[in-house]
Design a protein around this ligand. Structure first.
Ligand SMILES: Cc1cc2nc3c(=O)[nH]c(=O)nc-3n(C[C@H](O)[C@H](O)[C@H](O)COP(=O)(O)OP(=O)(O)OC[C@H]3O[C@@H](n4cnc5c(N)ncnc54)[C@H](O)[C@@H]3O)c2cc1C
Length: 502
């Protein structure tokens, strides 16, 4: 029998930038988080915000919309970019130390797709760790952090009412007046990814099982430059390097990006990523040449450490690169206040799909999204808390299945990379569907395997449905953008069969 705790304040699932930003905006909150650190700690390049005198939230919004493949929502982008400067101010008040010049002014970097220098960073390329340090240091007695792996949402007849955690065979139900999903992205669905362990998209699948609508599951952002050195996760070579003048070259040192886009190395991510993919496909290989960057080791200590760990010195060596799954634009459909299609459930950060990124995210907008939308969600949650009444139910399997996946998950990740990756075709997607169904009985022996199989299948079906190329979704059999498909993909599957638990 599961243990039951009734909480007197909202429950946030996930302790990354998004989850902690919600918690800090509430009078009282509980944050439940798995031991895996999540992506925020790993973020390198920085946070985009219109802080320069020649910049404005409107210009930031225009750049965000320009790379979004026509699918970003203007209201969401407006909320994000207008909220940028104040979000950075708040972080600084909390004690975050960003890099500054000798005059004490914030140093602003520039990344692909940004027309202005507007990326705030810390310790060169360790921005995420500094953000997390500042947010964690600000958690006072109003926030209670619980360690636990959430495996499903708990419902009453008319709303989400809490979560159920699993540790071995033990189950613990937490009932709360509001539940906020902030579980991060889904990069680990792919064998080639920059995302750390735990970033598997399971929060998205849980929300789906509880009846929440999902959106844009076909849109995955592949970062162009992950270090190709046999590591999992693949070390990220931040886009800021290209902003500082690093170039992409073939093994003979010849640049190739100007053949693909007028902005060359600073073209939108999907274009740079596919160019590198094709270089590999042709057998040419692709390298990042960052040797022109002065004081490389001091300015990019994280990248230096990653490269040195495989005996490469970025100040002297070309760095072999490959694209890798990096950011998930798809997720739980949520409005600009984080409200989902189910009462009692909010979603924020990378697990949410608010339409703020459309089909393609502008670099350094996601830490900002966690900060800005986290604060907005907190305000909305405060106004809509309801103590759940009535029978509590959970999906039956979550009470009995073991949690951790077996080796079949690695097969699934490979299928996703090979068939649902940067360059997709209808035939390849059907092959992926069949292969996942074949693996299904093995994967479904555990909760994590089942979640990965379900998310993989939904991603494949969304990618099949979109017979065009747009943003992060590229179909070699439909290489052009089709104006009649300029709409989001919404998936409503309805809640699954549940059992009453209390
Ligand atoms: C290498 C790398 C570099 C990046 N660089 C940048 C950058 O420079 N700028 C930028 O804007 N973005 C960057 N990104 C993207 C950015 O880091 C993420 O989009 C953002 O941090 C997501 O924040 P989040 O709070 O939504 O999720 P996360 O930070 O991933 O946090 C998710 C939380 O949910 C918890 N969780 C997940 N599942 C469960 C579960 N079942 N039960 C309980 N808890 C659970 C995790 O333990 C974690 O605490 C980078 C990403 C990576 C991987």
């Amino acid at each position: 029998m599961a243990k039951l705790s009734r909480l007197d304040a909202p429950l946030i699932v996930g302790a990354g930038v998004a989850g902690l930003s919600v918690a800090l905006g509430l009078d009282r909150a509980y944050v439940i988080s798995a031991p895996d650190a999540g992506s925020t700690w790993w973020a390198q390049g920085g946070i985009a915000a219109a802080l320069a005198t020649d910049d404005s939230p409107r210009a930031h919004a225009e750049d965000t919309l320009a790379v979004s493949g026509g699918l970003a929502g203007a209201a969401a982008v407006d909320a994000l970019t207008r909220g940028g400067p104040a979000a950075i101010e708040r972080l600084i008040e909390m004690g975050a130390e960003f890099d500054r010049n000798d005059q004490g002014e914030l140093l602003l970097g520039r990344e692909g797709g940004h027309q202005k220098h507007r990326v705030v960073h810390a310790d060169g390329d360790a921005t995420g760790a500094e953000v997390m340090r500042a947010l964690n240091a600000s958690l006072g007695e109003t926030v209670t952090v619980i360690e636990g792996r959430v495996v499903d949402l708990v419902r009453t007849a008319d709303r989400v009412a809490g979560v159920i955690t699993a540790a071995g065979k033990q189950r613990h139900i937490y009932v709360a007046p509001a539940v906020v999903m902030a579980t991060g992205g889904a990069g680990r669905m792919y064998s080639m990814t920059t995302n750390p362990p735990g970033v598997t998209g399971e929060g998205i699948v849980m929300a789906c099982r509880a009846g929440a609508r999902l959106a844009d599951l076909e849109f995955v952002q592949f970062h162009p430059t992950a270090l190709l050195a046999g590591k999992d996760p693949m070390p990220l070579l931040t886009e800021a390097l290209r902003g500082e003048g690093a170039t992409l070259v073939d093994p003979h040192g010849r640049r190739f990006m100007d053949q693909y886009h007028p902005m060359a190395e600073l073209a939108p991510r999907d274009i740079v990523a596919r160019a590198i993919f094709w270089q590999h496909d042709r057998g040419s290989g692709a390298y990042l040449d960052a040797r022109s960057i002065i004081n490389f080791h001091e300015r990019f200590p994280t990248v230096t450490a990653h490269a040195m760990s495989v005996d490469l010195d970025p100040a002297h060596d070309l760095l072999p690169v490959s694209p890798a799954a990096h950011y998930y634009m798809g997720g739980i459909d949520a409005d600009t206040h984080g409200r989902t299609s189910v009462d009692g459930l909010w979603a924020v950060g990378e697990c949410a799909s608010t339409g703020v990124h459309g089909a393609n995210r502008l670099g350094s907008n996601s830490l900002l999204e966690g900060l800005v939308f986290g604060a907005r969600v907190a305000l909305n949650v405060s106004d809509h808390m309801v103590d759940p009444v009535g029978d509590l139910s959970v999906p039956k399997e979550s009470l009995r299945l073991p949690v951790l996946p077996g080796p079949a998950l690695e097969d699934l990740r490979k299928i996703m990379w090979d068939r649902v990756g940067l360059v997709r075709t209808g035939d390849g997607l059907w092959e992926a569907r069949n292969a996942i169904l074949e693996l299904g009985p093995i994967l479904r022996r555990t909760i994590a395997g089942r979640d990965a199989a379900d998310l993989g299948l939904m991603m494949v079906m969304a990618a099949l449905r979109r017979s065009e190329s747009r943003g992060g979704h590229y179909r070699a059999d439909y290489p052009d953008l089709d104006p009649t498909q300029e709409h989001r993909t919404l998936i409503d599957t309805g809640a699954v069969e549940t059992v009453v638990v209390g």
